[in-house]
Design a protein around this ligand. Sequence first.
Ligand code: ADP
Ligand code: MG
Length: 359
Amino acid sequence: MTHILPGATIGILGGGQLARMLALAGARLGLKTHIYSPVADDPAFDVCAAQTRAEFLDEAALRAFAQSVDVITYEFENVPARTAEVLEELRPVRPNPKILALTQDRLVEKQFIRRIGATTADFFDVNDLPSFTKAVETLGYPSILKTRRFGYDGKGQSKVTQHADLSKIFNDLGTTCCILEKFVPFSKEVSVIATRSIDGAFSAYDLCENLHENHILKTTHVPARIKQETAQKAFQIAEDIANATNYVGVFAVEMFIVSKQQEEIVIVNEIAPRVHNSGHWTLDGATTSQFEQHMRAVAGWPLGSTLRLGSNITMNNLIGSEADDWLKIMEEKGAMLHLYGKKETRPGRKMGHYTKIAP
Ligand code: ADP
Ligand code: MG
């Protein structure tokens, strides 16, 4: 049997706000969640039926966790390969962990995206100062040096401009395992939030238009203000990615749109094998939220409708102390507020978001 029944338990690796919103969506459908995270005060621990606080390489804890759940998923892409291996022996892990190897390493990810026929920024593998210098000479300015692994919210990246001290930039990155990417002069950043079910059905929400501040998502506007045919291209790329990886669950594909005269070119930036910040508007603005959709897919259930419930929808992230304004936002007519229950406010930390829907 590939599907589980209401009352069953879904294990989630990671305990951040994404896991929290997955657990809440699961509860609505009668599913229990068991959160596994090494971080003691993670926000998902407040809303789950069972919890394990242990390291991701604690094999005894992983086995006990697997035995207590029916199926396992994850809220972040940096799940260690060994963790997935231990869990897979005992329970289905969805999406299948092959996607982790593809998305944990920017070099492997970009090679994969090109293999399926989509476009990425030009890039070079960089391992030392000579290969960095050579890559800069070839790609020109500006370009962006990125660590191959563990980057998020712009961490592990450095913009390379003319007259920059290459040796300093390279040494400051803290690892020699990186790539240099050509800077993409995009007119817009967009993302596809899509889902593939266990029987291969593909479904996508309206394209999201994303605005970043200090490399952190600030605002998502739906639908993205681009041509219909460009959106179609973006959806096709997402479907190709899902089919090529036999994916099950929700995932996001971040893309740049470059406008050249009348043409809009789609360039894939990165893939997130999980629910995504730019899909938070679906909690209030779509028939089925991305969190419910992911739980449905992981449970082996049919996917829900992705119908958008308004002509224009805006989602604003509350980053760091911005969340101190929660009362003011709550009083705003039509603002739908979500707070993640994080105990400590830190600069750059995602504390909550709110959504507004134009009827
Ligand atoms: P992260 O894992 O931190 O999200 P990204 O590669 O998505 O890493 O980079 C974060 C942001 O930096 C992007 O959303 C985009 O705004 C900007 N950026 C990244 N790569 C490029 C590029 N090659 N050209 C232009 N902007 C970029
Ligand atoms: Mg990104």
